[in-house]
Design a protein around this ligand. Structure first.
Ligand SMILES: C[S@@+](CC[C@H](N)C(=O)[O-])C[C@H]1O[C@@H](n2cnc3c(N)ncnc32)[C@H](O)[C@@H]1O
Length: 237
């Protein structure tokens, strides 16, 4: 029997059993993810300008797949409006050491995604394909998850033979989970980033900022989502 990865607190917010940290605040989770990762990486405009056939995203921490779902939805909207673009495929490479069970994932999606939202059928499709271990069926999105520790992610990405256009750094609070935010990881990420590739993260923690700068990224602070003061974005120049 799969031991539950999530503990639901009194306010029905999902907390990781392993890190004692929230996956996200269930109120506004979709808007926050869109603000931090999609807008933080200027994804829609980047899709419009992209000349290659494939755009590749690297994410640290697959969790409930919410960031993937919103990225996939954004990509679908782009494809519908721009059917003649050279860009035809989204690669989404993520890593997850503590995968959620199917029922945990579906409970999170139920809580945070409005059933009338266009994201809802995509969430159902993702849940079904993860149950069948058949994420190849997700139309124009190629989802690949490395079910291992973050320390194995760089080698996994090298095997995919594809540079990263945009990173989503999302591995719980840096103070609670420093392994997802260290300089050596960011150095590998930098090496795997395409020129002018970008990253976005919800945190503005000082040591994360320094590690990203030491790895080579050009780092900027941006207003955080809602009441959060700051977050970080950056680029490989
Ligand atoms: C904040 S959650 C990610 C939320 C996710 N992006 C989403 O859309 O739901 C962070 C994730 O990182 C994973 N994680 C934490 N430490 C890890 C490690 N050392 N290696 C791989 N995954 C890790 C956790 O299990 C968790 O699912």
């Amino acid at each position: 029997m799969h031991e539950s990865t999530i503990i639901w607190n009194d306010n029905q917010i999902p907390i990781s059993r392993y890190f004692d940290d929230v996956y996200f605040n269930t109120d506004g989770a979709v808007d926050e993810t869109r603000y931090v990762f999609i807008e933080g990486n200027c994804l829609y405009d980047r899709f419009l300008q992209h000349q290659q056939e494939t755009f590749t995203i690297g994410e640290t921490g697959f969790g409930s797949g919410l960031s993937f779902l919103i990225t996939w939805q954004t990509f679908k909207q782009f494809r519908q409006k721009n059917p003649n673009s050279n860009l035809k495929k989204l690669n989404f490479f993520s890593v997850e050491k503590y995968p959620l069970s199917a029922s945990e994932m579906s409970k999170i999606h139920n809580k945070v995604i409005n059933h009338n939202d266009a994201l809802w059928p995509l969430a159902k499709q993702l849940q079904d394909s993860l149950k069948r271990s058949d994420v190849d069926s997700l139309e124009e999105a190629n989802l690949l998850i490395c079910y291992d520790d973050i320390s194995c992610f760089a080698d996994f990405l090298v095997q995919q033979n594809s540079f990263i256009d945009a990173w989503f750094f999302d591995g719980f609070s840096p103070a609670k989970n420093p392994d997802m935010w260290n300089e050596s990881l960011f150095k590998h990420c930098y090496q795997l980033t395409r020129e002018k590739g970008t990253f976005a993260t919800f945190t503005a923690a000082g040591f994360v900022r320094r590690n990203l700068i030491n790895a080579g990224f050009n780092v900027e602070k941006r207003k955080g989502f809602g009441l959060k003061r700051e977050m970080l974005i950056g680029q490989k120049i």
